[in-house]
Ligand binder design. Sequence first.
Ligand code: DOR
Ligand code: ZN
Length: 345
Amino acid sequence: MTDSLTIRRPDDWHLHFRDDAIMREVVPYTARQFARAIVMPNLTPPVTTTALGAAYRERIMAAVPQGVSFTPLMTCYLTDNTDADDLARGAAQGVFTAAKMYPANATTNSAAGVTNVEKLYPVLARMEAEDIVLCIHGEVTDHHVDVFDREKEFIDRHLRGIVAAFPGLRVVFEHITTSDAVDFVLESGPQVAATITPQHLHINRNAMLVGGIQPHNYCLPVAKRETHRLALRKAATSGSPKFFLGTDSAPHLRRDKESACGCAGIFGAPYALESYITVFDEEAALAQFEGFASLHGPAFYKLPVNQESVTLERAALAVPPMLQVTGEEIVPFHAGTTLGWRFVG
Ligand code: DOR
Ligand code: ZN
């Protein structure tokens, strides 16, 4: 039995840091485990220009603890009015690593998102020409479409079209939750990849709805039925370079989660690697963990792999029921349970 695993330092290819005081307190959790992270731009107001991206990056850098090496990789929030020249400049200057497409009102702070995916095609053409990665929140938003079907519907209605129209555009299908998404990514060329969150590997929709409503297991896209979770576990642990780590860590205060209209998002950053490695261990796939966590993402993003390493060891890790940010309570993923792995450093 493997009791300790040392791998290249991983990166988190999708997360939310927020801003201001909360950001200053959540950045250290990620910087402790990861060398880099793709930072989502859904602030209020969103990060829609190179100037806003550069300023946000500075604020994040200022929150990295002394002596810790961590690089935030910024994304530009695409809207109906995105200035493709500014985006191209931001990418050329190294401010933006990718651009993020939210269908309008698909999730938290997405009201300024894209109201008509096809109207964005001129911007996507420019992104293809400039080799800028497109990160997609892949859910349709029509009221008549069941929330559990919104990812599949997005594939059929929009994603196939985007991938066909822009064969040179690198696309990350973010936080996939269905076997349909796994199949789509596998059927597509090497320019299409996906991130997978720890929560979608650990929980199905029962975790949200059985035994009373469980707001801390609510995120978007919502967890689906068990067959989908199993397909995601198979994909993540398969060794395919098309799948890589992206926590979608999305901090919301406990009081905002436990309310009549609870926020979507799971705060996965504090024990992210312990959460993921548990899945790889359960699937007897520890040999595939380094690829998923540390190699596939850099290869897709055309970035160097990290030179440092981290070690995880088999040991009981009691996840606290609550953490504090800005003097308020926040509930991490796996709160109050014991994981079988511990991040050593
Ligand atoms: O659960 C989620 N939370 N999904 C998202 O797409 C956004 C995120 C957030 O920003 O809270
Ligand atoms: Zn997200």
